[in-house]
Design a protein around this ligand. Structure first.
Ligand SMILES: Cc1cc2nc3c(=O)[nH]c(=O)nc-3n(C[C@H](O)[C@H](O)[C@H](O)COP(=O)(O)O)c2cc1C
Length: 370
């Protein structure tokens, strides 16, 4: 896989999830393996220029995190250019431009998916960034504003001519939000539109088989995974293995999950301090628990804990509560095992309607009120 001057082993990417894909989580996933390129959550270009503490916290990285892209959003060309210069001066590998965010706060100022509606204006802004820095600039987009304006192929073509090094595309429109299924034909149209740069497909990949399906159906050069990595931080290494050998590794069991969860909490405390780190960890801890089987007692406990010691105490309490659901070898009895994950685009519409997917919360209601 190549982006600009960088050559790396994995063609799998971690998608940015604002508020979630912070440094501790990115490091945890890299330690598990299968991932060579990560991206920060979206950072307001102006806040970065003004050196707001929050923006500086968001671009914080560590030596283990080579090949990091900082994702910028904004619509003022000079601000986007200057923010890219700051990112470059910090030795960060790349800048990604957010052209997909559907939230009003971002589109209202002409950023995020609003950039997909004015191709010439967007190209001018991007040109200013590409000309100012040596590091590669990439773009993350959706398929378009709505189904009547599927501008992604045209935009991708224009951006390639402007000097963008790669395109990440979430196979939904801005109007779709996170509903409906991912449109693989839409991603394929973006792949067909560019000549030389890699297109990385994204959306609803929750299993190695789904990643392979996306590669096969779209011809994309890479696959980017967001929510699927929170359900299963092993997804990158398992997918790489599956793509190479055709062998599906079993999902990580409870002990392995707890081991990784502890490492994640340690890093949260290291980066954010014990009090704030523990508070921030409440949300990701509940995602680990989604694959624990019965987890009511754990979920109750994590809404309250505030220290490392309290977390350990809640695990002890949970394991006592969980014991009746296990067989003699310590495995979950079959009737308590969670259903296998299946990506939405691998299900028929009927199966999709039947399946109640326990999901990471996404904005709800009509997209216009987000
Ligand atoms: C809570 C949440 C936050 C997100 N934040 C960002 C973001 O900061 N930048 C971005 O480009 N996309 C963001 N996205 C979109 C994801 O990167 C990704 O495109 C989308 O979730 C589909 O991929 P997935 O099904 O693998 O999660 C966000 C999605 C969610 C659910």
């Amino acid at each position: 896989m190549r982006i600009g001057p960088y050559e790396f082993g994995s063609n799998l990417f971690l998608s940015p999830l604002a508020g979630y894909t912070n440094l501790p989580f990115r490091l945890v996933v890299r330690e598990i393996g299968g991932l060579d390129w990560t991206t920060t959550d979206l950072v307001n270009a102006r806040s970065l220029i003004e050196k707001s503490p929050r923006a500086l916290q968001m671009i914080r990285t560590a030596p283990a995190e080579q090949r990091l892209a900082v994702q910028l959003f904004g619509a003022v060309p000079e601000e986007m250019r200057d923010a890219a210069l700051i990112v470059e001066s910090l030795g960060i590998a790349s800048v990604d431009i957010n052209m997909g965010c559907p939230v009003k706060k971002v589109t209202g100022i002409g950023g995020g998916s609003a950039m997909m509606t004015e191709l010439a204006k967007t190209a001018r802004l991007v040109r200013g960034m590409v000309d100012a820095v040596k590091i590669p600039i990439t773009a993350k987009m959706r398929l378009g504003w709505d189904e009547n304006n599927l501008t992604a192929p045209d935009l991708a073509r224009v951006l390639e001519d402007t000097g963008v090094a790669a395109i990440f595309v979430h196979g939904r429109t801005r109007a779709q939000g996170f509903s409906g299924t991912v449109n693989l034909a839409g991603i394929r149209a973006v792949v067909a539109a560019v000549k030389n740069i890699p297109v990385i497909g994204n959306g609803d990949v929750t299993t190695p088989a789904a990643a392979r399906h996306m590669f096969n159906e779209t011809g994309c050069a890479g696959v980017s995974i967001g929510r699927g990595a929170f359900y299963n931080p092993w997804i990158f290494t398992h997918t790489q293995h599956y793509l190479k050998t055709g062998e599906l590794r079993p999902e990580a069991g409870y002990r392995e999950r707890v081991h990784v969860m502890r490492r994640h909490l340690d890093l949260m405390i290291e980066v954010f301090g014990e009090d704030h780190g523990c508070r921030l960890f409440r949300k990701p801890a509940s995602w680990y628990a989604k694959r624990f089987g019965p987890a009511k007692e754990f979920k109750k406990g994590i809404t309250q804990f505030g220290t490392r010691a309290e977390f350990e105490a809640l695990l002890v309490n949970y394991e006592t509560w969980r014991a009746p659901f296990l067989d003699a070898t310590g495995e979950l009895l079959p009737r308590f095992q969670p259903e296998p994950m299946v990506a939405s685009f691998m299900l028929s519409p009927e199966e999709l309607a039947l399946r109640r997917r326990e999901s990471i919360p996404v904005p709800k209601g009509p997209v216009d009120v987000w």
